[in-house]
Design a protein around this ligand. Structure first.
Ligand code: PRP
Ligand code: ZN
Ligand code: MG
Length: 220
């Protein structure tokens, strides 16, 4: 993907828990967003800015690599994407998209502490975060990585426990799982690229960040 000359890019989730609120924030910051010819790119008509609408998992990489100048993403996704390479810098928490990464188990599993997972299989979409959590507690467990539908893993005997995002708790409840441990608290954050924009766009970038900060603080 090549950078469009003379335009800033903001990466936002295309669909999912952050998508609507991300667009709201951009609009509240004074950017008039219009749909382009394709679904991937929305244009801002009153500034030289484009919104790149992608999967949330891709946002940290796009911003770290300088494909996008700013991004709106969950701390959970950002943390999972950490790989020792260049990283996006967190500018500020945005106060929406709150959720918690939790270990949850079926009623048949006795759970006292992370040590209860010793020797068991745990299904998750967040293998790196979970591995770090278990390593720090000296728990040896197998991690099964699933892209989605993690909550069905215990019923399918794919795993004894899961580590998944919880927001209302409805998904756990519907699947007869009980939350036992918080691994990570998360909310949406604004991130910026370590790669500077072209010099002519630096001032615009700073002012967009400032406006977004104003919107967030006014929402208290
Ligand atoms: C998460 C998680 C559960 C759901 C929990 O998925 O994987 O499916 O939210 O929410 P609840 O506690 O309100 O029921 P999410 O839609 O965030 O992401 P995904 O589509 O990438 O799984
Ligand atoms: Zn995702
Ligand atoms: Mg899900």
């Amino acid at each position: 993907m090549s950078t469009v000359q003379g335009r800033l890019r903001i990466a936002v989730q295309k669909s999912g828990r952050l998508a609507d609120r991300s667009l709201d924030l951009v609009r509240d910051a004074g950017l008039r967003v219009v749909k382009g010819n394709n679904d991937l790119l929305y244009r801002v008509e009153n500034y030289p800015i484009d919104l790149l609408r992608v999967r949330d998992d891709d946002i940290p990489t796009f911003v770290a690599d300088g494909v996008c100048d700013l991004g709106i993403v969950g701390e959970n996704v950002l943390e999972e994407a950490r790989n020792g390479g260049p990283t996006a810098e967190v500018i500020m928490p945005l106060g929406f998209g709150r959720c918690t990464l939790k270990i949850a188990v079926p009623p048949t599993l006795a759970y006292d502490s992370p040590a209860s997972l010793e020797g068991l299989r745990v299904a998750t979409s967040y293998p790196k975060i979970l591995r770090r959590f278990l390593d720090e507690r000296n728990v040896r467990a197998d991690i099964v990585t699933m892209r989605g539908a993690v909550e069905v893993a215990p019923r399918l005997k794919l795993a004894s426990a899961i580590c998944d995002l919880v927001s209302t708790g409805a998904t756990l409840e519907a699947n007869g799982l009980g939350p036992r441990e918080t691994v990570l608290e998360s909310q949406a954050v604004l991130i910026r690229s370590p790669v500077a924009p072209e010099p002519g766009l630096q001032h615009l970038l700073d002012s967009i960040i400032e406006r977004m900060a104003g919107v967030v603080s006014s929402q208290g």
